[in-house]
Design a protein around this ligand. Structure first.
Ligand code: HEC
Length: 142
């Protein structure tokens, strides 16, 4: 990786040709992509073990999935879209391997915390049962 970087990044003072410019651009986008992937993987790493292993009391309940769908429509759809596919920009899809990799406990914990700094509200004001119903709904999409 660092050897590739050294090859592509134009040396100071050298006349930058088009190939070098493209190289730099490719390197920067690759780096950004890797950095972003590392950040989002870290999300579930931050979940305390006790929360991580908490089972969804409504797992596999069709009624909970139905209730979760209504809650999703009222609270989440405006950002994550009706099909949970995200907006292709800052509001992520919820049908990804990353969300699939989370345990039910991880998701319930994250809904409680939110990530306001990045535009995801906290849902700690909802009753806990409703957060689990939303988690059951998210699972049904995957
Ligand atoms: C105001 C817009 C907004 C609303 C409403 C919203 N979200 Fe989010 N959500 C975001 C943004 C922006 C992120 C990305 C935050 C980040 O990168 O840290 C996010 C991230 C997430 C993630 C993490 C995805 C991942 O791949 O790590 C989940 C899960 C999630 N939201 C579920 C929900 C659910 C369920 C609801 C409804 C209860 C909801 N969100 C409501 C904006 C929103």
């Amino acid at each position: 990786m660092s050897r590739i970087a050294a090859t592509f990044i134009p040396t100071t003072g050298a006349k930058t040709n088009t190939r070098q410019r493209w190289g730099t651009l490719i390197f920067i986008s690759l780096f950004t992509t890797l950095a972003l992937a590392a950040t989002s993987a870290a999300r579930w790493d931050q979940v305390p073990t006790k929360e991580h292993t908490r089972p969804n009391p409504f797992a596999a309940s069709p009624e909970a999935v139905h209730a979760g769908a209504i809650l999703y429509r009222d609270h989440c759809q405006q950002c994550h879209r009706a099909d949970a596919g995200g907006d292709g920009k800052k509001k992520p899809s919820l049908r990804t391997d990353h969300v699939r990799a989370a345990t039910d406990g991880d998701l319930e914990w994250f809904l409680r915390q939110g990530d306001l700094g990045h535009g995801m509200p906290s849902w700690s004001s909802l009753p806990e049962a409703q957060r689990w119903q939303i988690v059951a709904y998210l699972r049904s999409l995957q």
